[in-house]
Design a protein around this ligand. Structure first.
Ligand code: F6R
Length: 236
């Protein structure tokens, strides 16, 4: 594991963007596993700038997102599809048909989860997986549990996750209670993993996840076993 501590969010975002841009430059048809939430916003803005400056080309990139709320379709401004379209895909030259987010409105969610895993498999797996980390140690929406779940699956969100994400919704009651998330199998099989975390509030969970015991009670701790993991943390 490479653990990089930087002075601020701006620097974290610049380093994260340059790691992603290097991946795409070295392998233009990279499969990128992408995350939503506030952590990647700076890196996404930087990648958009690099793309408009002609310094990185996403025209052959394929993306698969980690997760989606159940019941929100892509036109809902709180959906993760909407987030990705707004904050990244519309600002870079990725082909819309090369972007995938789990469908949280699928009638048969089990079939949707199987379709998503088959899709990732058919792409040959993920080259670079970008992750944030939840205050309870979740990655994607893999919440603390007694086991690590391998496949894409439906999850009931923890109360702490609902509270943390309420800041994006009009009221806490509007936060969906369930989501579909990529499982630990596809994340751990990614050839590179890049996790970014910022803020003093994330210090304890970062410490537990990367310097504590490996346990499904702290889902991100499994990443300690990944052969090519980079963690970038800034306290400010
Ligand atoms: C989002 C995701 C989540 C977030 C995590 C941290 O796609 O997979 O695991 O990365 O909840 O969220 P922020 O970055 O908002 O602190």
């Amino acid at each position: 594991m490479k653990f990089i501590k930087v002075e601020n969010y701006e620097k974290l975002s610049r380093i994260a963007a340059s790691i992603i841009a290097s991946q795409v430059t070295v392998k233009p048809c990279s499969v990128l596993g992408l995350a939503t939430g506030s952590s990647p916003l700076g890196a996404y803005a930087r990648l958009a700038q690099m793309c408009s400056d002609g310094d990185v080309d996403f025209s052959e990139v394929i993306s698969v997102n980690l997760d989606e709320y159940v019941g929100l379709d892509g036109t809902n401004d709180q959906s993760y599809r909407y987030f990705m379209d707004t904050n990244l895909f519309s600002k870079i030259n990725i082909k819309p048909e090369n972007t995938s987010v789990p469908n949280g409105c699928a009638k048969d969610l089990k079939a949707e989860c199987e379709r998503y895993d088959a899709l990732i498999e058919s792409l040959g797996g993920i080259d670079l997986q970008l992750l944030g980390i939840g205050l309870d140690g979740h990655i994607g929406f893999n919440e603390p549990d007694s086991v690590f779940t391998k496949e894409t699956h439906e999850v009931v969100l923890d109360e702490s996750t609902i509270e943390a994400n309420a800041r994006f919704f009009a009221s806490i009651d509007d936060v969906p209670k369930t989501a579909v998330t990529m499982g630990m199998g596809a994340i751990m099989k990614a050839r590179k993993v890049l996790l970014i975390a910022n803020g003093k509030g994330k210090r304890d969970i970062v410490e537990k996840a990367f310097f504590g015991p490996i346990t499904p009670a702290v889902p991100a701790s499994i990443l300690q076993l990944h052969p090519d993991l980079t963690v970038i943390y800034s306290e400010n």
